[in-house]
Ligand binder design. Structure first.
Ligand code: 13P
Ligand code: SF4
Length: 348
C-alpha cells in the first residue's frame, strides 16, 4: 500500500477486481469489459487516496463515465457544482472539469485546497474575454449591469455585477434588471446563450462575441436531417448552441436539465446536441433509451483523465490560486447568483 505522495505500481489483482466489482456494474453498459483491468486499479487507488487526503471530487456532466460514475463524489452542471463547492466541508476539492470551474470553487471556498488535474483544461468562452474588455464595456454603458456567464476567468467575474449559468440565465437577467430598474443588461461572453436568453425575456441584451467551440458546430440542418432519418427521435440541445438550433430542438437546457429530461420522460430515441460523454453517462443507467449521434467532444474536458486525477491526489497538484482582491470581488458576483432562485426564509 502506498503513502500519499508516493506513486504506486498499480495492477489488476483479484483484490482490486473484488473491490471494484460494484463500480463496474454501474458502467458495464458503456465501458467495455476489456478496458476495466486498466481502469479498476486506478479507480481503487483514487478512492483510497481521496479518503486519506480528506478530498472530494466534483465532476462535471461532461466527464467520462469511469470518472463520473466511479470516482466522483458529486456530479452535476456548473450551478450544482458551484453550490456543492460552497457547502462541502472537505479540506480538498479535486475539480474534474475545466479551469473556470476550479476557480469558481476556489472563489467560493478560499480556505480549501482546490486542485485541477490538468492546468490546460480551458474553455473557448473563458478565453474570449478579459477583465480589460469588461472595463471598456462598462465605460461604454456606464449604467447597465454586467451579467457574466460562469464560463469566464475570476478576473472577468470580478468586474461583473452577477454571474449566471445555463440553468439560471433568464432568472438572473430578470432579477438584476429589476433590482437596478433597467430594461437592458450587458450579457457576456456567450453570444449564442445571450440570443437564447433574449428570446425568453423582455429585457434587452447587449452581447459579446464569445462562442463555445463545441456547441457552435451544431446546425438546424443537423436537426432536420436527424428528424428525417429517425422519425420520432427527440432532440435535446444545450443553450450554448446557435438560436436556430434551440428554435428547432424539442428541449433546450443545462446539462443537468437535459439529463433530467431523459430520466423523467424516457424518450425511446434521443439526440443530445452537446458533449459526447453526456449520453454515455446517462446510458450507463438508463438502458431503455437509444442515444443517437451526433455529439461533439470538448477537448478541454477530455484533458481530465483517471490517471491525471490520481496524480493530482498523489502530488497535490495543480493547486488553483486566485488573487485575494480579485477573489473577493468575484465571490460577490457568484454569491449574488447563488441567492437567485433560492427559497426565501419564512417570515414569522
Ligand atoms: P452547464 O452549466 O449546463 O453544465 O454547462 C457548462 C458547459 O461548459 C457547457 O458547455
Ligand atoms: Fe467551454 Fe464549450 Fe467545453 Fe463547455 S463545452 S467547457 S463551454 S469549450
Amino acid at each position: 500500500m502506498s503513502t500519499a505522495g508516493t506513486p504506486t505500481k498499480l495492477s489488476y489483482t483479484p483484490e482490486v477486481a473484488a473491490a471494484t466489482r460494484d463500480l463496474y456494474a454501474k458502467v458495464a453498459n458503456v465501458v467495455p469489459e476489456i478496458e476495466w483491468p486498466h481502469f479498476a486499479p486506478v479507480i481503487a487507488e483514487i478512492n483510497r487516496l481521496k479518503k486519506e487526503r480528506g478530498a472530494v471530487i466534483l465532476a462535471h456532466n461532461y466527464q467520462t463515465p469511469e470518472i463520473f460514475h466511479c470516482v466522483a463524489d458529486f456530479v452535476g452542471d456548473s450551478l450544482q457544482l458551484a453550490r456543492e463547492a460552497a457547502k462541502t466541508d472537505a479540506k480538498v476539492i479535486v475539480q474534474a472539469g475545466v479551469h473556470f470551474m476550479a476557480e469558481t470553487s476556489k472563489i467560493l471556498s478560499p480556505e480549501k485546497t482546490v486542485l485541477i488535474p490538468d492546468l490546460e483544461a480551458g474553455c473557448s468562452l473563458a478565453a474570449s474575454i478579459t477583465g480589460a474588455d469588461v472595463r471598456l464595456l462598462k465605460q461604454k454603458y456606464p449604467n447597465l449591469p454586467v451579467v457574466t456567464y460562469v464560463n469566464t476567468s475570476a478576473e472577468v467575474k470580478a468586474e461583473s455585477d452577477i454571474t449566471c449559468t445555463s440553468s439560471n440565465a433568464v432568472a438572473v437577467v430578470e432579477s438584476i434588471a429589476k433590482e437596478r430598474g433597467v430594461d437592458t443588461v450587458i450579457f457576456i461572453p456567450d453570444k449564442f446563450l445571450a440570443q437564447n436568453v433574449a428570446n425568453q425575456t423582455k429585457i434587452k441584451i447587449i452581447a459579446w462575441h464569445g462562442r463555445c467551440e463545441v456547441h457552435e458546430r451544431f446546425t438546424a440542418e443537423d436537426i432536420r436531417r436527424f428528424k428525417a432519418d429517425h422519425p420520432g427521435a427527440v432532440v435535446l440541445a444545450h443553450p450554448e448552441c446557435p438560436a436556430e438550433v434551440v428554435a428547432e430542438c424539442d428541449f433546450a437546457g443545462s446539462t443537468s436539465a437535459m439529463t433530467d429530461y431523459v430520466n423523467t420522460k424516457r424518450p425511446a430515441r434521443v439526440v443530445m446536441l452537446t458533449e459526447c460523454s453526456m449520453a454515455d453517462n446517462i446510458a450507463a443507467q438508463v438502458r431503455d433509451v437509444e442515444f443517437l449521434r451526433p455529439c461533439n467532444l470538448c477537448p478541454h474536458m477530455k484533458r481530465i483523465t483517471l490517471d491525471k486525477i490520481l496524480r493530482s491526489l498523489q502530488t497535490m497538484t495543480h493547486e488553483v490560486k486566485v488573487d485575494a482582491t480579485v477573489a473577493a470581488r468575484a465571490k460577490a458576483a457568484v454569491e449574488r447568483m447563488l441567492a437567485v432562485g433560492k427559497p426565501k426564509p419564512a417570515v414569522h
